[in-house]
Design a protein around this ligand. Structure first.
Ligand code: C2O
Length: 566
C-alpha cells in the first residue's frame, strides 16, 4: 500500500527561507493517494466561491483568472491540464509495486491562468561547458537552497523532480477521457511541456538567490566540445552531482547519441556518428512539422502515438547513457519517474529546448509549428516560483524570448554533415535475399523488407512540395524496457554497422523506460527524399529496408512498413 505523503515539520531555517520566498506558506491540503493497481480516487470538490465566478465572467481580473480546477476545457479535444485529484501513484516497473515515492504533487484547488509576465531582463542560458566559476557557484547555491526547501513545498527539489514523474509515468487520467492516461512524451507535446517545466524550475532557482536574470545552463551535447558530462555536474560534494550515474560514462567520455546495448567506446567513432545523427534529427528527417515535434495527441488518444526525431534519438540515448546500470530501473536518468532527481536532467533538456529554437530558426519560410487548435490550446499545470498553481498553454511557448529567456550562441557543427553521396546502389532491391513481408514481425533479428515506391523520378518541384516518408507503424514495445532499432535503406551489409557518415542510415527509434501499463503502439516517419538522392536511386520502384535491432529486439514488434508522401 502506498505510503502517505506526510507533511514534514519544517526546520527553522527552512521556515525563514520560505518566508523569504513568499512571505507566508502556500495553502496546500493533503490527501491520501493510492497505488495504481487499486486506484481509489479522492476527488476534491472545487470551491466555487462567488468571487471566483464573478471574476471569471467579468474577465476583469487582469493578469489572472481564478478558475475552478474542474471546469470543463474550453475546447473538447486538446489535452487539458490534469485534475490533480485524480493523480494515482506510479508503479515500480521491476517489482510492479508502488514507486518508492508518491510523485503526485501537493493538492491545491486554486489554479490561475498564467500570463507571461513582461520580461524586464532576459535570462541567457549559458553552455554548461563554457560557464564561468562565478556562474557555477551561483547555480550551486540556488540548487542547494532548492534542496533545502521542505519536502511538501511544491518548489522543493524533490517535488520538482516528481513533476516529471507525475506527467510521464501515467499517474493522471486524461481530463475528458478517464479511460486514457496522460503522457506528454512520445507525442507533439514533448517540446512545449518540457519548455514550461524548465521555465518554472529556472524561475524558482532565480527567486531563491534573488536573481531575476538567473538562467539554467544547457548541456551542449550536439557539439564535440560539450559532449562529455559537463564538469560542474561531477564535482565532489556539489549539489549538482548525483551518485546514481553510469560510472563508465563519466568525463571525459563523449556522450553516445545512439547509445544501445552494443556500446561504442572509441571517441573517434562516437563523435562523428553523433554529428551524422544530429544532422538527421535536425535537417534530413524533419521536412514536416510532425516529424520534428511528434505525433498528434488529443483527448482519447492512447499514450505514445509517436515521438519526433530528437526525442526518440539523441534525447533518449542520453537518458539511458547517463543512468546507472547498477540501479534496478536505470535510475536516476534512465527512467522517467526518477530522471529529474539528477540535476543534469535540466541541462540535457535545456539543450533539447535550445535545439527547438535552433530548428525554428533554420526553417526559413517553412511552417515552424502546428496551426491546430488541438495543439495550441493544450494546457498543463505547474507550481510557479510563488508556489501558486498555474495553468499554462502550448501557444505561449513558441518564442523563447517572449518567455524571457534565450541561449548563448554556439556553433552548429552538425549542420553541414550531410552524408557523402555513394556509388549508385540501384537494383540492390531485386538482388535482395532473406526478404520478409509477413507482418507483424518481431525484431529479434535483422528484418529486411522490400518496399514499393508509389512515385519515382520525382521532379525538384514535387520534392519541394511533398516529402517522401518511410513509415514504420504498429511499433509495439514494452514501455518498461529500453529498446532501440535502426533503419537502413539499400544497405548492402547483412547487418549494417556504423552510422557514421552513412547515407543509407534513415534514422532510429528508441524510448526511455517508463511505467509499464500495457504495450503501446507507436509509429515513426523517416524522410527519404534526401537519402534517395544521396544513394542515387530515385528512379527505382522498390527500396530494401533493413530494420536492425540494437537493444531489446525481442521486445519490439513491427506492424508494417510503407511509403507515403506528405
Ligand atoms: Cu521528460 Cu527527457 O524526458
Amino acid at each position: 500500500m502506498a505510503s502517505l505523503p506526510l507533511p514534514t515539520v519544517p526546520s527553522h531555517s527552512q521556515l525563514s527561507l520560505r518566508r523569504k520566498l513568499i512571505g507566508k506558506p502556500p495553502h496546500i491540503s493533503y490527501r491520501v493517494t493510492c497505488n495504481a493497481d487499486n486506484v481509489e480516487k479522492t476527488p476534491q470538490q472545487p470551491k466555487l466561491d462567488r468571487r471566483n465566478l464573478l471574476l471569471n465572467i467579468s474577465g476583469l481580473y487582469g493578469a489572472a483568472n481564478l478558475i475552478p480546477p474542474h471546469a470543463p476545457p474550453a475546447s473538447a479535444t486538446p489535452i487539458s491540464s490534469p485534475d490533480l485529484s485524480t493523480c494515482a501513484q506510479g508503479t515500480n516497473l521491476n517489482t510492479q509495486q508502488p514507486l518508492d515515492v508518491n510523485c503526485c504533487p501537493p493538492f491545491s484547488d486554486k489554479i490561475i491562468d498564467y500570463k507571461l509576465p513582461h520580461a524586464a531582463h532576459l535570462r541567457l542560458r549559458p553552455a554548461a561547458h563554457l560557464a564561468t566559476e562565478e556562474y557555477i557557484a551561483k547555480y550551486e547555491k540556488a540548487t542547494e537552497l532548492m534542496k533545502a526547501l521542505p519536502d511538501d513545498d511544491p518548489r522543493s527539489f524533490m517535488q520538482q523532480a516528481n513533476v516529471h514523474c507525475a506527467y510521464c509515468n501515467l499517474t493522471y487520467d486524461q481530463t475528458g477521457d478517464p479511460s486514457e492516461k496522460l503522457q506528454i512524451h512520445n507525442c507533439w507535446h514533448f517540446y512545449p511541456w518540457h519548455r514550461w517545466y524548465l521555465y518554472f524550475y529556472e524561475r524558482i532557482l532565480g527567486k531563491l538567490i534573488d536573481d531575476p536574470t538567473f538562467a539554467i545552463p544547457f548541456w551542449n551535447w550536439d557539439n564535440p566540445d560539450g559532449m562529455a558530462i559537463p564538469a560542474m555536474f561531477v564535482k565532489e560534494n556539489s549539489p549538482l552531482n548525483d551518485e546514481r550515474r553510469s560510472q563508465t560514462h563519466l568525463p571525459p567520455s563523449p556522450a553516445d547519441l545512439l547509445y544501445s546495448s552494443t556500446a561504442k567506446t572509441d571517441p573517434n567513432i562516437i563523435i562523428p556518428t553523433n554529428l551524422t545523427e544530429m544532422y538527421g534529427e535536425m535537417v534530413r528527417n524533419v521536412s514536416n512539422v510532425e516529424d520534428f515535434y511528434g505525433a498528434k495527441y488529443v483527448v482519447g488518444t492512447a499514450p505514445d502515438p509517436g515521438p519526433g526525431t530528437v526525442e526518440r534519438g539523441s534525447h533518449t540515448a542520453l537518458h539511458v547513457w547517463v543512468g546507472d546500470p547498477r540501479s534496478p530501473a536505470g535510475e536516476d536518468m534512465g527512467n522517467f519517474y526518477s530522471t529529474a532527481r539528477d540535476p543534469i536532467f535540466y541541462s540535457l533538456h535545456a539543450n533539447v529546448d535550445r535545439l527547438w529554437s535552433v530548428w525554428r530558426g533554420l526553417r526559413g519560410s517553412k511552417p515552424k509549428e502546428f496551426k491546430e487548435a488541438d495543439w495550441l490550446n493544450a494546457s498543463f499545470v505547474f507550481y510557479d516560483e510563488n508556489a501558486q498553481l498555474v495553468r499554462v498553454r502550448v501557444k505561449d511557448t513558441l518564442e523563447d524570448v517572449k518567455m524571457g529567456f534565450s541561449y548563448q550562441k554556439v556553433e552548429l557543427p552538425w549542420l553541414d554533415k550531410r552524408p557523402k553521396a555513394r556509388v549508385r546502389r540501384s537494383k540492390i532491391a531485386s538482388k535482395a535475399s532473406g526478404v520478409s513481408n509477413v507482418f507483424p514481425v518481431k525484431l529479434d533479428k535483422v528484418v529486411r523488407v522490400l518496399v514499393e515506391r508509389p512515385k519515382t523520378k520525382r521532379s525538384g518541384k514535387e520534392k519541394e512540395e511533398e516529402e517522401e516518408l518511410l513509415v514504420i507503424e504498429g511499433i509495439e514495445v514494452d514501455t518498461a524496457k529500453f529498446v532501440r532499432f535502426e533503419v537502413f535503406v539499400n544497405d548492402e551489409d547483412d547487418e549494417p554497422g556504423e552510422v557514421k557518415d552513412r547515407a543509407e542510415y534513415a534514422g532510429g527509434y528508441s524510448q526511455v523506460p517508463h511505467k509499464n501499463s500495457s504495450k503501446v503502439k507507436s509509429k515513426i516517419r523517416l524522410g527519404l527524399t534526401e537519402l534517395l538522392e544521396d544513394l542515387d536511386v530515385e528512379d527505382d520502384d522498390k527500396i530494401l529496408v533493413s530494420l536492425v535491432p540494437r537493444a531489446g529486439g525481442e521486445d519490439i514488434t513491427i506492424g508494417g512498413v510503407k511509403i507515403i508522401y506528405v
